[in-house]
Design a protein around this ligand. Structure first.
Ligand SMILES: *Cc1c(COP(=O)(O)O)cnc(C)c1O
Length: 485
């Protein structure tokens, strides 16, 4: 990792240099090892870098500049909704009444915070069209697992113990089959048709007495709306299964339609995506679950409710699947989502979906001239290109992604969903300006030209980053986590 332009802090070290000055000791010195077993007493001083305060500042500021976030540039990572995180959310999250309370405080002393959470639940019920919401799950994937455990409890309560299968489309996010497996089900695949949406005939073929649920995102992972959702709901419900909605793509339909109205029985939302929580290394997530009336008894407990004497945690829920997270979810991220919903209002949230869809279609129609577009209909908030044309010239999608780094962009999601060859999944979000979208389009067009005229430049990218191509497999399997060998 050493680099002459950016020496790491150990290389800046000079013996005896310090970044502090303390007055002389004017009290008796304490033996900090007193009473400690000798085995635990350090024999040598720790080998820490000896640097000045200025060197420390340069070290950390330099590190922060090597990082890339939505505040540094365009971040069109498909499926992840890397939208701007409004700073008013941070102001509200830092208010004393919210930041200086403890989760184990008597609920009577934190009624304001409880009211905020309750109002958030109410807003999410309205936005999703579900009967009840719990804010407990820590992220989307945990929401999925929580939802499936509720579906499992529901079937078991009905003596329906043969329902062992969860159906997921071939375009599904990896967490869907993973959550189904962790919840004790077998994941089975339903195929997409030539239009990129679930093939109804194939759904009829895989659905049956052993179906516990169908898990779906709508719009799906190709950014396409599942137009036959009502028929799908009918097929699954008639077979006795439940419908699970993966809400990661809600950014496209908020205010226009609701999973509850489409026939879904359980949903999760990703508040860190649709509702502007900083994420992707920037902070924790939140994956609230919403359920239909029929599934309400199985929600995690405690549930935050409004009682006769104010807001309280309801523990007396005999059919609950139990607690899924300490405290009551990730309070700070729920508060940011609440602030966002309140700032935008109902009309504002509708506009979010409108502009997210408009931005994606604008980019898609510009880029389809230079890249293959496997599914031709209008998209929702994201779209998937294929790098097949470029691959024929010897340049892979991975190379294009690396070349984007040279131009200062975070690349789109690549090689996902799995049903698109050399896939590039682009999600611009509604928070970007037309100038930013145009800048990215021009860059992609320029790279497409480079592929034709100077393929090596793309194949050997990135050229301008501090580290070049990493051996990602070894980095994951055998990470070197310390400076000294
Ligand atoms: C992000 C995402 C998930 C998982 O959500 P996390 O909050 O990252 O756990 C599930 N499904 C889809 C479609 C997603 O985009």
């Amino acid at each position: 990792m050493a680099n002459e332009n950016f020496p790491i802090i150990f290389e800046r070290s000079k013996e005896g240099r310090t970044s502090y000055s303390l007055p002389d000791l004017d009290v008796p010195e304490l033996d900090i090892n007193e009473g400690l077993d000798d085995a635990y007493v350090r024999k040598n001083a720790p080998d820490l870098p000896e640097v000045s305060e200025l060197e420390i500042m340069r070290h950390y500021t330099g590190l922060s500049r090597r990082n890339y976030g939505v505040d540094s540039g365009f971040y069109p990572l498909g499926s992840c909704t890397m939208k701007y995180n409004p700073k008013i959310n941070e102001d509200v999250a830092r208010m004393d009444g919210f930041s200086h309370i403890h989760p184990y405080q008597d609920p009577k002393t934190v009624q304001g915070a409880m009211e905020m959470l309750y109002d958030l639940q109410t807003s999410l019920k309205e936005i999703t069209g579900m009967h009840e919401v719990s804010l407990q799950p820590a992220a989307g994937a945990q929401g999925e697992w929580t939802g499936l455990m509720m579906i499992r409890a529901f079937h078991e309560a009905n003596g329906d113990t043969e329902r062992t299968k969860v159906i997921v489309p071939d375009s599904a996010h990896g967490t869907n089959p993973a959550s189904a497996t962790v919840a004790g089900f077998d994941a089975v695949t339903v195929k997409s048709n030539e239009k990129g949406i679930v093939d109804l005939e194939d759904l009829k073929r895989v659905v049956g007495k052993d179906t516990a649920a169908l898990m779906l995102t709508n719009p799906n992972t190709l950014g396409l709306f599942e137009t036959e959702i009502l028929d799908m709901a009918k097929i699954v419900h008639e077979a006795g299964g439940k419908l699970y909605y993966d809400g990661a793509n809600l950014n496209a339909i908020m205010g226009y339609t609701r999973p509850g109205d489409m026939g879904f029985d359980v949903v999760h939302l990703n508040l860190h995506k649709t509702f502007t929580g900083p994420h992707g290394g920037g902070g924790p997530g939140s994956g609230p679950v919403g359920v239909s009336k029929e599934l309400e008894p199985y929600l995690p407990k405690p549930l935050l409710v409004k009682g006769a004497d104010g807001y309280e945690f309801e523990y007396d829920r005999p059919n609950s699947i139990g607690r899924v997270k300490p405290y009551y979810g990730n309070f700070g991220i729920n508060l940011r989502a609440y602030t966002y919903i309140r700032t935008m209002g109902a009309e504002g949230l509708k506009k979010v979906s409108e502009y997210a869809v408009l931005n994606a279609n604008y980019m898609m129609r510009k880029l389809e001239k230079k890249f293959d577009l496997p599914y031709q209909q209008h998209c929702k908030h994201e779209f998937v290109l294929s790098g097949k044309r470029q691959k024929k010239l010897g340049v892979r999608t991975l190379d294009i992604a690396k070349r984007l780094l040279d131009y200062g962009y975070h690349p789109p999601t690549i090689y996902f969903p799995l049903n698109v060859e050399e896939g590039m999944m682009v999600e611009p979000t509604e928070t970007e300006s037309k100038e930013t979208l145009d800048g990215f389009i021009d860059t992609m067009v320029a790279i497409a030209e480079e592929v034709k005229n100077d393929p090596e430049k793309v194949q050997e990218a990135p050229h301008t980053t501090i580290v070049k191509r990493m051996d990602e497999t070894t980095a994951a399997r055998k990470p070197i986590l310390r400076y000294y060998k």
